[in-house]
Design a protein around this ligand. Structure first.
Ligand SMILES: Cc1cc2nc3c(=O)[nH]c(=O)nc-3n(C[C@H](O)[C@H](O)[C@H](O)COP(=O)(O)OP(=O)(O)OC[C@H]3O[C@@H](n4cnc5c(N)ncnc54)[C@H](O)[C@@H]3O)c2cc1C
Length: 479
C-alpha cells in the first residue's frame, strides 16, 4: 500500500513527487509514456513568467509569483538550466497601451517586482533589434527562461534518489475506491494507495472521471513553434511578448536557455488530445506575427518545428483541491503558467494532503542536491572526435556533447530508451545538423551501454511527433 500515488510524470507531478520525498512516505509515480516529461511539460515556451498576466485573486496569479521566486534555489540544488532574462510586452498602437497599464496594475496587485512601463526609445535601448513600430512596452525584470524537460528530469532523478518509485509505461486504466484508499489498475499491474494525485495534464479530466468525479472537460489548445540556429540569438536579450489575445499570451520571440532563437506559439483548439503535429499555414502565421516584434530573423536558419497542447479546462481557474471523491487530489486544467507555478503548486498540494489527514514526518537524510548531466565547456576544452578518453570524445559535434555525458545520462535510474531521450538530457542531436552526424554514434553508444542490439534502440519514444521534421522542410523551402 503506497501512501501517495501520483498519476503523470510531467512538471507538476514530478515537483509534487520531489516535495513529498522530503517526508517519510511510500510514494509512486505512474506514467503512461516511456520517459518523464512527454506531455506539455516538454513542449512549451520554457518561460518562467513574472506573474503580471493573470487576474489578481486567481490561483494562477498567486502560484505564478510564488513559483517564480522558487526557481533560483531549485536551480542551485538541481542544475537543470534556468536564468533570469527579463521580459517585455510590446504595444504597437496607442490603443494597446491601456492593456500594458492593466498588466502593470495586475502585476503590482500580484506582488511582482521589477515592473516598468517604458516608451519606445527606452525599450529599444534594451532591445535594439525590435521593430520601429513599437510604441511602448511593459518590462518585467523577474521573468526568465528554463530548459523545461531538463527541469522535469532533474526533479525525477532527485525524487528517485530520495525513495520515490517511478513506473514508466504504466497507463492508468481504472481507479476504484477501496476502504480508506484506492485500487489503481494499469496496463501492467494494479497498485493500492491511500491518496491519489491526478497530475495527468490533458487527460486530467478523464483520470478524475475514472475515480468517479466527472465534472471536468479538457479541450487541448495546441501551440506550434519554430526553433532557429543559435547564430540568430543576438536579436533578443530577453523574452519578447506582444499584448495578449483572448486565447493567451500571443506569439513571442525568445532565446531559449541553451541559446537558440525560438518563435511561437499560436493557439488552436483541437479534438485530439495527442495531436502535436505542425503545419505550414500555422508556421507561416507564426513567422509573420513574430516579425512584427523582431523583423530581422532569418528563416533559412530554422532547425525544427514542434508543438504542445495546453490542458484548458471548462473552469475559469486551475482546479487544485481534494475532489468530492475523498483521497483524490485533482490538479485539473493546469495550463500556462503551469511550468512557472509548478514548484508552488507542489507546496499547495502537500498542504492539501496534510489537511486531508496525511501525516508528514520529515526525513533527516533528504538529499536536496542533484549533479548536472551537461558539463559546461570552457574555451580550453580539448575535446575531439574519436578520442579514447570518454570525457574528451565528442559524439555530437554541434552541441559539443561527449561520450562521458551520454554514458552518464544512461545510468541515472530513469530508463533511457531512445536517441531522443538522450538528446533531452545531453542536447546530443539538438544542434545545427539535427542528428545527421551523431544519430548513429548515439545509437551505438546506447546499444553498447545497455547491452542491446542497435536495432532495439528507437529513434523517438512514443509521444514525439515525426511531423515536426516534415514541417521544418516546408519552412526551409518556402519561406
Ligand atoms: C504551447 C505551450 C506553451 C506553454 N508555455 C509556458 C511557459 O512559457 N511558461 C509556463 O509557465 N507554462 C507554460 N505552459 C504551460 C505548461 O507547459 C503546463 O502548465 C505544464 O507543463 C503542465 O504540466 P503537467 O505536469 O500538469 O502536464 P503534462 O506535462 O502534460 O504531464 C501529464 C502527464 O500525465 C501522463 N498521463 C496522462 N494520462 C495518463 C494515464 N492514464 N496514466 C499514466 N499517465 C498519464 C502524460 O503522459 C503526461 O506525461 C505552456 C504550455 C503549452 C502547451
Amino acid at each position: 500500500m503506497y501512501d501517495v500515488c501520483i498519476i503523470g510524470a510531467g512538471v507538476v507531478g514530478m515537483n509534487i513527487a520531489r516535495e513529498l520525498s522530503k517526508y517519510k512516505l511510500k510514494i509512486c509515480v505512474l506514467e503512461k509514456e516511456d520517459d518523464v516529461s512527454c506531455g506539455c511539460s516538454k513542449s512549451n515556451s520554457g518561460i518562467v513568467h513574472g506573474g503580471y498576466s493573470d487576474e489578481p485573486g486567481t490561483l494562477k496569479a498567486e502560484l505564478c509569483v510564488k513559483g517564480n521566486q522558487m526557481y533560483e534555489q531549485l536551480e542551485t540544488e538541481l542544475h537543470f538550466g534556468y536564468r533570469e532574462t527579463g521580459s517585455f510586452v510590446l504595444a504597437f498602437d496607442v490603443e494597446e497601451i491601456p492593456t500594458l497599464e492593466k498588466l502593470y496594475r495586475y502585476g503590482m496587485e500580484n506582488g511582482v517586482g521589477g515592473l516598468k512601463l517604458m516608451d519606445a526609445a527606452e525599450t529599444k535601448q534594451h532591445e535594439p533589434y525590435l521593430s520601429d513600430t513599437v510604441k511602448a512596452s511593459l518590462y518585467c525584470k523577474n521573468a526568465g527562461v528554463v530548459s523545461p524537460y531538463e527541469f522535469v528530469i532533474a526533479l525525477a532523478e532527485n525524487a528517485m534518489v530520495n525513495g520515490v518509485e517511478l513506473m514508466l509505461q504504466h497507463k492508468v486504466e481504472t481507479i476504484e475506491k477501496q476502504g480508506e484508499g484506492f485500487l489503481i489498475g494499469t496496463n501492467k499491474k494494479s497498485i493500492e494507495s491511500r491518496f491519489v494525485i491526478n497530475a495527468a495534464g490533458v487527460y486530467s479530466d478523464q483520470i478524475s472521471a475514472l475515480a468517479g468525479d466527472d465534472q471536468y472537460n479538457i479541450t487541448p489548445r495546441r501551440g506550434q513553434y519554430v526553433i532557429l540556429d543559435k547564430d540568430q540569438n543576438y536579436l533578443v536579450n530577453s523574452v519578447i511578448f506582444q499584448v495578449p489575445t483572448k486565447l493567451g499570451k500571443g506569439i513571442l520571440v525568445t532565446t531559449t536557455y541553451h541559446g537558440n532563437l525560438m518563435i511561437g506559439p499560436n493557439a488552436e483548439e483541437l479534438g485530439d488530445k495527442d495531436d502535436v503535429g505542425t503545419d505550414e499555414k500555422t508556421l507561416k502565421y507564426i513567422t509573420e506575427t513574430a516579425r512584427k516584434s523582431v523583423p530581422g530573423f532569418n528563416m533559412k536558419k530554422a532547425l525544427k518545428s514542434f508543438a504542445g497542447n495546453r490542458p484548458v479546462s471548462n473552469k475559469k481557474d486551475w482546479v487544485i483541491e481534494e475532489s468530492r471523491v475523498k483521497g483524490l487530489i485533482n490538479l485539473v486544467g493546469i495550463d500556462s503558467p503551469g511550468l512557472t507555478s509548478s514548484p508552488a503548486i507542489a507546496l499547495k498540494t502537500v498542504s492539501i494532503l496534510k489537511e486531508a489527514g496525511l501525516v508528514l514526518e520529515s526525513k533527516l537524510d533528504f538529499k536536496a542536491e542533484r549533479r548536472p548531466i551537461i558539463q559546461k565547456k570552457t574555451a580550453d576544452f580539448a575535446g575531439v572526435i574519436d578520442s579514447q578518453d570518454p570525457a574528451l570524445n565528442i559524439i555530437c559535434r554541434c552541441e559539443q556533447v561527449t561520450e562521458a555525458e551520454i554514458i552518464d545520462c544512461l545510468h541515472r535510474g530513469i530508463p533511457v530508451r531512445s536517441v531522443d531521450a538522450v538528446g533531452r538530457r545531453t542536447r546530443a542531436g539538438y544542434g545545427r545538423c539535427q542528428n545527421a552526424f551523431c544519430g548513429s554514434r548515439i545509437r551505438k553508444l546506447i546499444a553498447r551501454e545497455l547491452n542491446i542490439s542497435e536495432e532495439e534502440v528507437v529513434e523517438k519514444g512514443k509521444g514525439t511527433s515525426s511531423l515536426a521534421q516534415r514541417a521544418k522542410r516546408i519552412v526551409l523551402t518556402k519561406m
